[in-house]
Design a protein. Structure first.
Length: 298
């Protein structure tokens, strides 16, 4: 009987180690929202608290209008939102860019930009290289079409520029549509409309490029696009459609992909798990000792 008790106690360090490692792995796998702009006011704060504030550009600048959730910003093809790049926005491997859009028209340009992460080597627009982003392409002459393609792209340190575009026009004007571009290090580039993956063609590079995404210097939202944008978000993971902000309010979607478990909460979880393991072990000890005791006579 004593051997049984000793064996149970010998299991305790192993159980604690397993619980601790499991908690750490769970924390590391949690997706993190790097930036989320609600566009509910003239000021464009970052809802994550990382202070990646958007700066309105153009004359006139983007104007607040009714959005998918509260307010949104309306772009006229000549204005934009500019966000200086910071280390908190960098994700070298997996990335998801998503937004709600309401297309009102097109510019005669292959890149009607929704959100672009760019690298700028000088002061002129000609020195800007597209690093990662999502954009619209008119399906024909802009005065003869009400549909567009969706495209997404990344620039990596090994495969350089890589881009996919939907195999057919998938977005109509004058309706709210959720769009998402996902780069997974394991499965490559993907595009989604309203949470459904769509067929794509490769226009540059390969579908599953190797290497890290190069670090940008700027984020530009709504440049060269005639549309309304709401809730643009950047995440450091290849999100599943269930994690997109499709049928979910932004706050709920944010909580489902987030939120980083801080050190205090992690300690509390580990302590609770250890306490549970100890309680279970003591219960087994009591049960073991109880089996060897004579029953009380009544």
């Amino acid at each position: 009987m004593m051997m049984k008790v000793k064996s149970l106690f010998m299991l305790l360090p192993f159980m604690i180690s397993m619980i601790f490692n499991s908690a750490l792995c769970t924390n590391e796998s949690i997706a993190k929202t790097l930036a989320l702009w609600h566009f509910d006011q003239i000021q464009t704060p970052d809802a994550t608290g990382n202070d990646n504030v958007g700066i309105l550009g153009g004359d006139p600048p983007p104007m607040p209008v009714e959005g998918k959730f509260g307010k949104a910003l309306s772009f006229d093809g000549n204005n934009f939102v500019y966000v200086p790049f910071s280390p908190s926005l960098y994700t070298p491997e997996d990335i998801t860019i998503e937004a709600w859009i309401y297309v009102r028209g097109f510019k005669d340009h292959p890149y009607n930009n929704i959100l672009t992460i760019a690298y700028r080597s000088g002061l002129e627009w000609t020195t800007v290289t597209r690093v990662c982003g999502i954009a619209l392409t008119p399906a024909g002459p802009i005065n003869q079409t009400d549909k567009c393609y969706l495209r997404g792209y990344i620039y990596t340190d090994k495969a350089y520029f890589n881009e996919i575009i939907t195999s057919k026009p998938v977005i109509n004007i004058d309706q709210w549509v959720h769009v998402a571009f996902v780069r997974s290090l394991s499965t490559g580039l993907h595009l989604y409309i309203n949470g459904e993956e769509v067929d794509v063609n490769v226009t540059y590079g390969v579908r599953n490029p190797k290497g890290n995404i190069i670090m940008g210097t700027d984020i530009i939202i709504g440049h060269d696009a005639i549309l309304i944008i709401d809730e643009p978000r950047i995440c450091n993971a290849a999100l599943e459609p269930s994690q997109f902000m499709t049928d979910l309010a932004p706050a709920l979607a944010f909580s489902r992909t987030e939120i980083d478990i801080g050190p205090n909460l992690m300690i509390a979880i580990i302590v609770a798990a250890i306490a549970f393991a100890v309680a279970w072990l003591l219960r087994r000890v009591i049960q073991t000792w109880g089996l060897g005791l004579p029953k009380l006579r009544t």
